[in-house]
Each structure stands twice: as structure tokens, then as C-alpha cells.
Design a protein around this ligand. Structure first.
Ligand SMILES: C[S@@+](CC[C@H](N)C(=O)[O-])C[C@H]1O[C@@H](n2cnc3c(N)ncnc32)[C@H](O)[C@@H]1O
Length: 230
């Protein structure tokens, strides 16, 4: 389980608050209500995990797409809003976090949970440095989609390095961002791939002992025959 930092008051999270963003026109933002240590997980991007079709139905029903979904894996996202498409400040939802405007620092990183067979994929926000009390929290949502607003360039190499460090402290998190597409290879695919491979020529002179024991040109497991000689 990923350990979530709650701040001084361990019963309820005293570490965060939601208020108007300091970025003009950005709406609300998530802030540090007290000093936050480096490399603590401040919360899960919680909400309803749904496929694109179900998400599309909600967008159609509400007539807008300001639902702030977060990508989980191909075809799957988490929708942080309620049935009416609202986000509630009291929830201290990670979805209130804005992206850094030009000239500001990203003080959070988004990290995915290690894939787990019996659990939905999940994404968490984590501090990448000590964050002074009162600071607005900023995270980069992703590296390759267009924005309708000016945003600070992320430093992808530094992000990668820090994600690796964070994962040493939080082993249930993964440094992959975005997560690698889990390639499920069916046994049939593996067989077809192997059969498609060109046989490799043996490097040894035919008939020599070296040639007889060289298996570099073998692309399929040698068949095992039942013997009736016993
Ligand atoms: C995940 S929500 C963040 C919470 C949002 N500010 C709110 O009040 O609901 C993402 C949206 O916030 C706004 N936003 C985030 N970062 C911004 C930035 N750097 N400049 C302007 N708007 C931003 C954009 O409207 C974006 O679609």
C-alpha cells in the first residue's frame, strides 16, 4: 500500500487546502497548508476509473468536458468529478492541482502505482522537494499533450531521476511515466514470432565437433519425443 502523508494532524489531512489559484484565470488550486517534506505522497488522484466510452457518455450528458480526467493506461482514465461533474474543495482532491505557469517550479511529481493484477491502475502525487507552507502545488499532467494556457517547461531528465529516487522510498510506485503499455503476449503470438525469425547460419564448418554442438541456429525448442524403447 502507498503511504499517504497527512501532516501534523494524523486524523484528517491538515497538510493541504483548496483555495483560489494564484494563476489568473486558472480557477481553484491545491496549496500546502503546512510545510511538506520532500518525497512524501500527498494523495491519490481518486475518482471513478472508467473506459473512454463511459467517460464519453458522461461528457455528452453534461454537455461539457471540464471533468479533469487523468490518463491511467490506453483506453482507461480516472474521472475525479461527481455525477454532476463537480469537484468539491473539501475533498482536497488531487484534481485541484494546477500546472506551473512559466517561471514557476513544479513542486510535485505524478507517479503511477506498480501494476497489480487484481487492482485498477492508480496515480499519486508526490512532493519532489521541501514545500514551504502556503505554496501553491504544481504538477505536470503529462509531457505530450497540447495546452490551452501557457505552462512551464518540465525537465524530463530530472523528473525521471527523481521518480526513481521516490520509488526507492515508495516501492509500490513505478518510475515509468507514462506507464509502459502492459504487453500481454499470448502463447500463440510467441510461437508465430519465433517461426517468423530467419534461422541463423552456424559459424562452424559442417560436420566438425564444433558444428555438432553449436545451437545458435536453433529458433524453436527441440521437440521432445516420447520413446517406447524402454
Ligand atoms: C486538473 S484541473 C485543476 C483544477 C482547476 N484549476 C479547477 O479549478 O478545477 C486542470 C485545469 O486547471 C486549469 N489550469 C491548470 N494549470 C493551469 C495553468 N498553468 N494556467 C492556466 N490554467 C491552468 C485548466 O483549466 C485545466 O484544464
Amino acid at each position: 500500500m502507498v503511504e499517504i502523508y497527512r501532516g501534523c494532524d494524523r486524523a484528517v489531512s491538515s497538510a493541504l487546502r483548496v483555495q483560489d489559484s494564484r494563476i489568473p484565470g486558472a480557477g481553484m488550486g491545491l496549496f500546502a497548508a503546512e510545510e511538506l517534506p520532500e518525497y512524501v505522497v500527498i494523495g491519490q488522484y481518486s475518482g471513478e476509473v472508467k473506459d473512454y466510452a463511459r467517460f464519453g457518455e458522461k461528457v455528452q450528458r453534461l454537455g461539457h468536458n471540464h471533468l479533469h480526467p487523468f490518463y491511467l493506461k490506453p483506453g482507461l482514465l480516472v474521472d475525479p468529478t461527481d455525477e454532476e461533474g463537480a469537484l468539491h474543495p473539501a475533498s482536497l482532491s488531487m484534481a485541484f492541482t494546477n500546472e506551473a505557469p512559466p517561471g514557476e517550479r513544479y513542486n510535485l511529481l505524478a507517479l503511477y502505482a506498480q501494476p497489480c493484477a487484481d487492482q485498477d491502475p492508480a496515480v499519486y502525487f508526490c512532493t519532489r522537494e521541501r514545500v514551504p507552507k502556503g505554496s501553491e502545488l504544481f504538477v505536470c499532467y503529462g509531457y505530450d499533450h497540447p495546452r490551452e494556457y501557457p505552462w512551464a517547461d518540465p525537465d524530463i531528465d530530472l523528473d525521471t531521476h527523481q521518480r526513481q529516487q521516490i520509488c526507492q522510498r515508495h516501492p509500490h510506485l513505478s518510475p515509468e511515466f507514462p506507464p509502459k503499455d502492459p504487453l500481454v503476449q499470448r502463447p500463440q503470438d510467441v510461437v508465430e514470432e519465433v517461426v517468423r525469425k530467419e534461422p541463423v547460419e552456424s559459424h562452424f564448418e559442417v560436420g566438425t565437433d564444433a558444428w555438432r554442438t553449436d545451437f545458435s541456429d536453433v529458433v524453436l525448442d527441440a521437440p521432445v519425443y516420447e520413446t517406447d524403447s524402454e
